[in-house]
Design a protein around this ligand. Structure first.
Ligand code: C2O
Ligand code: CU
Length: 462
């Protein structure tokens, strides 16, 4: 349904206006304990408050008032997460980008009622990557994430550890959860356009890990930034106003084969990128989001904030920097999925808050790939506004974008991809070895208002 469409028509710029007076908060690593050979974490969804630099704002968080701790586990480990819901509303926790059995996925079929607990367990079985977690209800995801329910989940892979990459969490390996927020007249978070049919709310204030106007003291020659677009609707095009380039080393599902030298990286909602930035002693630079050349027509860019210029984070290099090795040219071997291995192609058209003309239905299965099979999903955005495409459980590779080979930032493992209008993407993926015909996984647009409005479908592995 069309509903009422709202967007921020005004183009905003915070460039050179952000004061960078607050040290960047870095989410703590979640404590874990080994029980019967399994790594056990505890996550409690709770109400609280958070200071966005304007006094106390009511928010939600995991194990605290806003956002959640960083979970970290190694490939091969069996993990258990004890999720408890101390909110007065039903929620879920979904492990975005994680390969796991459908019953552990934390989507709309794994609701956690107020006062109840849910303890999914799975074996971490994928390359080292920057994943994240957030609620995933049918029709109510946007508000839960907007209030603060989100965190990072880092996978380490001892077999492919890249020792030349800086990697000390919180020192030179820094998670950055980038979110835009809007406040109402009472100073409360304003999420008022997250109703069905809404295009989404774009904030005018950017918080990184919950810090507004943040700076990061850099003490090493290179710093690895794990960027997560944790916003509900806004896309970012990250770069540096001093023209500084950076090495793109990883995308959604893990490290790339080669480090790419870039000056910009665009992330739509839910996407991640790992970049390594080199600084000199005493330097200061700013991570900025630039207007994007989306070419989506008159209003399209505005729907995702693509016309805005926003200052995100100041990097302040110390007078003396600890040495770090150069980023190696070759990173990890990424096995390529081949067109010839695909047993099936499926077309998906996103338009009008629906996929293939159908809105999300909890009782309908839209695709049933066979266990372990390779398929090509041909995905196209048929609206004049931007969408993206995210699928649960699997990481895919982009075979083609508009018929051509994909650019470097789409050359590795991805679980979420930006879809400009009218460009067909061929995504190739191998489905799960965990078959469960009764429990669906989701695929959807990760503009959370679109997801809530029905732009989501379900698949089962049979
Ligand atoms: Cu980040 Cu289906 O979600
Ligand atoms: Cu969308």
């Amino acid at each position: 349904g069309a509903g009422v469409w709202i967007w921020n028509a005004q183009v905003i710029s915070t460039a050179d206006q952000v004061d960078f007076t607050r040290p960047l908060a870095v989410p703590p690593l979640a404590p874990s304990r080994m029980v019967d050979g399994r790594r056990v974490f505890d996550l409690k969804a709770q109400a609280g408050e958070h200071d966005f630099g304007r006094g106390a704002t009511p928010t939600w968080g995991f194990n605290g008032g806003f956002l959640g701790p960083t979970l970290r586990a190694a490939r091969g480990e069996q993990v258990v997460v004890n999720v408890t819901n101390a909110l007065d509303q039903t929620t879920t926790v979904h492990w975005h980008g994680m390969h796991l059995p459908a019953e552990a996925d934390g989507g709309p079929h794994q609701l956690v009622q107020p006062g109840r607990a849910w303890s999914p367990t799975w074996k971490v079985d994928q390359p080292a990557a920057t994943l994240w977690y957030h609620p995933h209800l049918h029709g109510e995801t946007a508000g839960h994430v907007y209030r603060g329910l989100a965190g990072m989940f880092l996978v380490d892979d001892p077999a492919t550890s890249v020792d030349a990459l800086p990697h000390e969490y919180g020192v030179d390996d820094i998670p950055l959860i980038v979110q835009d927020k809007k406040f109402d007249g009472d100073g409360e978070l304003d999420d008022s356009s997250s109703f069905l049919g809404g295009v989404g709310v774009l904030g005018d204030t950017v918080a990184v890990n919950g810090t507004v106007g943040p700076y990061l003291d850099v003490t090493t020659e290179r710093v690895r930034l794990r960027l997560l677009n944790g916003s509900n609707a806004r896309s970012y095009e990250f770069g540096f106003p001093d023209g500084r380039r950076f090495a793109l080393v990883g995308t959604d599902g893990g490290l790339l084969e080669a480090a790419y030298d870039l000056d910009r990286i665009m992330l739509s909602p839910g996407e991640r990128a790992e970049i390594v930035v080199t600084v000199k002693a005493g330097e200061r630079t700013v991570l900025r989001s630039y207007p994007q050349a989306l070419e989506t027509g008159l209003l399209g860019d505005r729907f995702t904030g693509g016309a805005d210029t926003l200052d995100i984070l100041q990097l302040r290099a110390a007078g003396t920097l600890a040495p770090r090795p150069a980023v190696p040219q070759r990173l990890v071997a990424v096995p390529k999925l081949n067109r010839a291995d695909a047993v099936r192609q499926r077309p998906f058209t996103l338009s009008g808050h629906a996929i293939n003309g159908k809105q999300m239905d909890m009782t309908r299965v839209d695709a049933a790939p066979e266990r372990g099979s390779v398929e090509i999903w041909k995905v196209v955005n048929n609206d004049g506004t931007p969408h993206n495409f995210h699928i649960h459980d699997v990481q895919f590779q982009v075979l083609t974008q508009g018929g051509a080979a994909p650019p470097p930032q789409l050359s590795g493992w991805k679980d979420t991809v930006y879809l400009p209008p009218n460009v067909t993407f061929e995504l190739i993926m191998r489905f799960s070895d965990y078959a469960d015909a009764d429990t669906p996984y989701m695929f959807h647009c990760h503009v959370l208002y679109h997801e809530d409005a029905g732009m989501m479908g379900q698949f089962v592995v049979v």
